[in-house]
Design a protein. Structure first.
Length: 496
């Protein structure tokens, strides 16, 4: 009896102890679980991620103001501002070009670009799509129309009587605008305001292209920003842009809504930059320069001519012979000589391709050789270098950088840098972040005296910049010098 009671008490005690123990375990598990959930992962802002990449990706438009190629060099109001911004942020600038507004907004939303850097008119509807930076400038929307025949012989009163100045007179007229732009919305509102029937035609052409089609006589009316219209009227004096159809509006860049830190960084820079003389000079260069017409009428304004230089034909032929993109060779020649066949360096290199005398002699070229022979010799030297690397560096993009570097500083110095990279545990077949770093160290006696170095001291910084700049310019040439872009601007040749 006592033994039975003791046995029961023992069982009860064990159960109590087990419950206490299990309860403690569950409580500890709950505590541990709660502790884990309270550990929040670090969330990086868009600006942090951009700095990690080291690249600011932007999309801009191609036209005679924002971004274009002239005499072999990328230029433009938007482009030069973007380059200033990238330098300020210590980032590389990656530029895409597209005049398709809908695509640009989608690319921004999808994270394909960090910034839309165009003349975006700030509207309430667009604020739902993007966060705008502080304004770059103010402008109005204006009607673009042709002056009448023999307008040069008219006095101002006669001329004014022939032009559409009253917005009421737009009733029944057909006006072409860029699809996705704010111009269609404004014309629709104006049509309602005047109780008329303005025929609005939205087309997949950038507003400046439409302006030029008015100048050609292909269409009668278009709409653009006033500053763009005023610049184009210096190119094509037969145009009139004096009829405003809107009040002044802000123009700005756009970032994603969640890119608060990037927007704050850009706003801080823009606010200060717009107060500088550099901005004033840049603005005047593109919006108030009365000599801009010379640029667009030049045969080396790529948007209208499709030409980078006077040597394009032979550059294309020789590039095809060695399997290169001709725009890459054009970028290289620009870097070497600015397309000057009589250029000569302090080191004795000469001609379009800046060949050293011994190398030039190997290919039968002298200082008096014609441009065709100079380019052929340079192309043959490029092919020789390619053959030296092709069995070692299989990746075409990587091999290109080694060829450019060798062309600039010499094959021997690049081989030294590759040997140094291998000796110190880096990849001898990768340029960026590896061999380029060891080439830079060849100006340090600790390294140019190393036993694996055969060609001694080298000033690698020039070659480092050479490779970088040739490839960057090549990317600009690919942006603008392509069949789609040139075809869209071909009527300019007829205007001239």
């Amino acid at each position: 009896m006592h033994r039975s009671l003791n046995h029961k008490y023992s069982i009860v005690l064990i159960i109590i102890l087990l419950q206490a123990s299990l309860g403690s375990c569950f409580r500890n598990r709950e505590i541990r679980f709660r502790d884990v959930t309270e550990i929040k992962p670090e969330i990086l802002s868009d600006l942090d991620l951009i700095r990690q990449k080291g690249v600011l990706s932007v999309v801009t438009e191609y036209n005679s103001i924002s971004y274009f190629i002239y005499r072999g060099q990328p230029m433009g109001f938007q482009y030069q501002m973007l380059q200033e911004l990238a330098n300020h942020m210590d980032l590389e600038l990656a530029v895409e070009v597209s005049n398709n507004l809908d695509k640009n907004f989608q690319d921004l939303s999808d994270g394909n670009v960090d910034l839309i850097a165009m003349n975006l008119t700030v509207t309430a509807d667009r604020m739902e799509q993007v966060s705008f930076t502080v304004p770059l400038l103010q402008t109005r929307q204006v009607l673009v129309q042709r002056k009448p025949e023999n307008w040069e012989a008219m006095n101002s009163k006669q001329l004014e009587s022939k032009l559409l100045r009253n917005q009421l007179d737009l009733s029944g007229k057909t006006v072409h605008v860029q699809v996705g732009s704010v111009y269609a919305d404004r014309l629709l509102s104006l049509s309602n305001e005047i109780g008329g029937d303005i025929q609005i035609r939205e087309v997949q052409l950038e507003s400046e292209q439409l302006v030029q089609r008015v100048a050609l006589g292909e269409i009668d009316y278009a709409v653009c920003d006033e500053n763009v219209g005023l610049v184009n009227s210096t190119y094509f004096p037969q145009l009139d842009v004096g009829t405003a159809i809107s009040f002044p509006q802000h123009v700005a860049w756009g970032v994603r809504h969640r890119s608060d830190s990037l927007r704050a960084e850009i706003n801080s820079w823009l606010t200060g930059y717009k107060k500088t003389s550099r901005y004033a000079i840049l603005y005047n260069k593109y919006f108030r320069n009365q000599h801009s017409a010379r640029r667009i009428q030049s045969e080396y304004y790529v948007l209208s001519s499709g030409k980078i230089s006077q040597f394009d034909k032979i550059i294309k032929s020789e590039s095809e012979r060695i399997g290169w993109d001709w725009r890459l060779m054009a970028s290289m020649i620009y870097q070497e000589s600015r397309f000057n066949p009589e250029a000569e360096s302090w080191a004795g290199a000469y001609g379009l391709m800046q060949l050293m005398p011994r190398t030039a002699q190997n290919y039968g070229v002298t200082r008096n050789s014609p441009a065709e022979a100079q380019i052929r010799a340079g192309a043959s030297f490029i092919r020789w270098l390619d053959n030296r690397f092709i069995d070692v560096i299989s990746d075409d993009d990587e091999r290109l950088k080694f060829i450019l570097a060798s062309y600039n500083i010499g094959y021997g110095h690049i081989q030294d840098a590759r040997r140094l990279a291998e000796r110190y545990g880096a990849d001898p077949d990768v340029w960026h972040g590896s061999v380029e770093d060891w080439l830079l160290k060849k100006s340090d006696p600790v390294y140019y005296s190393d036993q694996v170095v055969k060609y001694g001291y080298a000033r690698g910084i020039e070659t480092y910049n050479y490779v970088k700049e040739v490839i960057e310019r090549f990317e600009h040439y690919k942006n603008i010098v392509n069949s789609d872009v040139i075809a869209a601007w071909k009527p300019l040749q007829e205007i001239r």
